[in-house]
Design a protein around this ligand. Structure first.
Ligand code: PGA
Length: 261
């Protein structure tokens, strides 16, 4: 069974004091959860302090972006070795907000995935269609192009720890969640694609998260779908109660699945 992951994407919210408070509340509420991989992604300015607070806890740290060169004259950018040095184990790459507002493309995503893995961190590579693309019946085609483009040139062994997040753009921050069936359809397609591009083994071990208006009251129905291995949570990860609820529901469901199997 794939261990589920619940990752909180804090986006551009929280100053350092607020981030420390939230991280502390989460850390204290989830210390005894062992069957969910928990990750939080504060903004760059808060990674150092939050990272220190999370040392030797069961809460992992992610950055929300990176640059692909390891150092150099790239004003304003942050490299993978720098991100690693503050305690991150993961990097969110190619989030739709980065694609939309900061001109990220499948090519830049590909370079960042490479830099992330070369630097020893785990990429959480985001893909997802816009509303226009969905309405034009192009969802599967768009997501396929994003997965293939993001992973171009890598072999299976290299992608051992890859995490993919399917986030339909129209569901992000809108309160309009994809139905579990809509999400499952795309997750199953991504899994089938991994099998076609790599192998059955790769397709069965890779974790694929769903993101887009995940809340405590819809996590259960989403997590019941066969190919959904967790969530990338934006808005609902900014308050500890809701985020912890999501983690606990996921853990309970996973424990139940274990007994059912
Ligand atoms: P949301 O954001 O949960 O606020 O919709 C998800 C994301 O952007 O990762």
């Amino acid at each position: 069974m794939r261990t589920p992951i619940i990752a909180g994407n804090w986006k551009m919210y929280k100053n350092v004091a607020e981030a420390m408070d939230l991280a502390n509340e989460i850390k204290r509420s989830v210390f005894d959860i062992t069957n969910v991989e928990i990750v939080i992604a504060p903004s760059f300015t808060n990674l150092g302090d939050v990272g220190e607070m999370l040392i030797e806890t069961n809460v992992g740290l992610a950055s929300q972006n990176c640059y692909w060169e390891s150092e150099g004259a790239f004003t304003g950018e942050v490299s993978v070795p720098m991100i690693k040095s503050v305690g991150c184990g993961y990097i969110i790459i190619g989030h739709s907000e980065r694609r939309k507002y900061f001109s990220e493309t499948n090519e830049t995503v590909n370079k960042k995935v490479r830099a992330c893995i070369d630097g020893g961190l785990i990429p959480i590579m985001c893909v997802g269609e816009t509303l226009e693309e969905r309405e034009a019946g192009k969802t599967l085609e768009i997501v396929k192009t994003q997965v293939e483009g993001g992973l171009a040139g890598f072999d299976e062994k290299y992608l051992e720890k890859l995490i993919i997040a399917y986030e339909p753009v129209w569901a992000i921050g809108t309160g309009r969640t994809a139905t579990p069936e809509q999400a499952q359809e795309v997750h199953a397609m991504i899994r089938a694609l991994l099998k076609e591009l790599y192998s059955e083994e790769m397709s069965s071990v890779t974790r694929i998260l769903y993101g887009g208006s995940v809340k405590p009251d819809n996590i259960e129905s989403i997590m019941r779908e066969e190919d959904i291995d967790g969530g990338l949570i934006g808005g609902a990860s900014l308050k500890s109660d809701g985020f912890v609820d999501i983690i606990k529901t996921t853990g309970d469901l996973y424990a139940k699945k274990g007994t059912d199997a």
